[in-house]
Design a protein around this ligand. Structure first.
Ligand SMILES: [Zn+2]
Length: 105
């Protein structure tokens, strides 16, 4: 079984995961890629950085816009933030005979 190598986080080498964007963000794409590894050094350092600089309990994750390929920080307010928006990347792995899949965004 060959596994397609997707983009990985340059900070921790974990696979980036697609997540759905909230509405009204003005982004052209419906999803973006981010590193959701809680032990990612980029994410871990973010807590200290935000606390020292802005005295807020927040951090950011490594995020990539798939259309432009540009990386930018994704601000999060907890380790679980945005995680409920992660899209199931395995959904296309074993597609069965689902009768109706005509839903579009
Ligand atoms: Zn990472």
């Amino acid at each position: 079984m060959t596994q397609e190598q997707g983009p990985v986080c340059p900070h921790c080498n974990e696979n980036l995961q697609p997540f759905e964007l909230p509405d009204n963000t003005g982004w052209e794409t419906g999803f973006q890629l981010a590193c959701f590894n809680d032990e990612c050094p980029y994410f871990v350092r973010g807590w200290e950085h935000m606390q020292e600089k802005y005295a807020v309990k927040a951090s950011y994750r490594y995020r990539v816009d798939p259309t432009s390929g540009k990386a930018s920080p994704l601000a999060v307010w907890s380790t679980d933030a945005i995680k409920d928006r992660i899209l199931d990347a395995n959904v296309s792995a074993d597609s069965d005979d689902t009768p109706d899949d005509g839903s579009s965004s």
